[in-house]
Design a protein around this ligand. Sequence first.
Ligand code: G3I
Length: 316
Amino acid sequence: DPPLRDLADQQGSRMGVAVSAHLLDDPRYAEIAATQYNSVTHENELKWETVQPQRGQFNWSGADRLVDFARANDQDVYGHTLVWHSQLPSWVADGGFSAPQLEQVMDDHISTVMGRYAGDIDYWDVVNEAFNENGTYRDSVFHRTLGPDYIATSLEMAHEADPDARLFINDYNVEGINAKSDALYDLASSLLDRGVPLHGVGLQSHLIVGQVPSSMQANIQRFADLGLEVIITELDIRTTTPASEQQLQAQAADYTRVFQACQAVDGCGGVTVWGVDDGHSWIPDVFPGQGAALPYTANYQVKPAYWAMHEALGGD
Ligand code: G3I
């Protein structure tokens, strides 16, 4: 059977995976990441607290490791993430900066990180998780200090840092049509109207078995109709654990639904799954009693969800 990445390449589509650089020490983990996927995303190593834990002190070890891995395996790297309220070091979150000072801090961070990887990373989640569930802006040091225009400012800074990069806004619970995705849609429209450099939206897609939104395709379509690229950036579909065979089959059907929603829309660039295997997924830590959300088991065996992706990409 051809690996997923070969099938995706034939369709010109991204088939990505989130990787934790230190787990590449496990040869089975590294083998799956290298052979099955044509794109990788750093699960944590490019986040602000890791990359710039103190002002002006940059730590590139984990981030470089995955970029080197991707280069060795002829993979794209999707950059995650630059401006986010979470995993933000306290020197930024609690720094007490004035608006001009915070803009300087943001510009230093964005230009240094994007500059280092220019040519290696062409896609960036510039702003992550800007909204609350009801569509209002999330409180963060960025919003509190700069108002909602911190988003446009971040995108302008990113465009300046690497004019060739494709710039995205990424969020969760925006897969279907709802108050939060309406807010994202309104923001994207108004940024485009203003000429702000924005090239796409990332739908994280941390979903639950049996609850893939029925409006997912229509939602992807409305963003594509704005001229934006849409990427499913962090797909996982969780269930209660231990998962029964029936739950795993239902999960596979849900993976199929997500791929079909993307493939039905010109302008949906593909899918990244949020982790190699169930044994290293973030979900059980955050949702105790849930998990089994990825295409591989903790023992690196393929699951029905793997074959659903394989088939959706044209394999037989
Ligand atoms: O590395 C430390 C370790 O030294 C320490 O002993 C341990 C104790 O808690 O923590 C380890 O750090 C953890 C880190 O993952 C690395 O495993 C953090 O606690 C933990 O909070 C962190 O979780 C990450 C989470 O983002 C943080 O918000 C997950 O791995 C990562 O999958 C998750 O990814 C996010 C996306 O960036 C944005 N969208 C949602 C998605 C899922 O939450």
